[in-house]
Design a protein. Structure first.
Length: 140
């Protein structure tokens, strides 16, 4: 076998250098980490109630609540990610159990209070079906 053939055989059977192997591992980890970051933080959650919540807002429904109110938390939980579309008024400054002037002027005494376009109100946690009946917004 010639010297050139031996060199070609050596190159053909050579193992990849450890540097390239580590570069591939690091690149793979970066791609997986970026994908996880995107999935967890950038992806906008979608809810089946998005359209319903947007319709409530369009129809003039407004929820008054307080950060410390467990019934308000229950109402928010019913909407899940779609609550971001609800016309919501926070009546209590963070960390305090007082009622702000906006809610006092609106006559809100209990939480949550739903106010509708026709001027009617309901107090307490309302089933979504009741909100649907009051506004004409269809539940999915």
């Amino acid at each position: 076998m010639s010297k050139l053939s031996k060199e070609r055989e050596k190159v053909a059977t050579a193992k990849p250098s450890p540097r390239w192997l580590w570069a591939g591992v690091v690149l793979s980890v970066v791609v997986v980490a970026w994908g996880a970051y995107y999935f967890l933080y950038y992806r906008k959650p979608v809810s089946t109630l998005d359209g319903f919540a947007q319709c409530l807002k369009t129809k003039g429904a407004k929820m008054y609540g307080a950060w410390w109110c467990p019934h308000c938390a229950d109402q928010k939980e019913m909407f899940g990610f779609a609550f971001q579309y609800v016309n919501y008024v926070e009546c209590s400054p963070e960390g305090k159990r007082t009622v702000n002037d906006v809610c006092k002027q609106a006559g809100v005494k209990n939480f949550p209070t739903w106010q509708f376009a026709d001027g009617s109100r309901t107090e307490g946690t309302e089933p979504l079906a009741v909100l649907s009946d009051k506004t004409g917004c269809r539940l999915p």
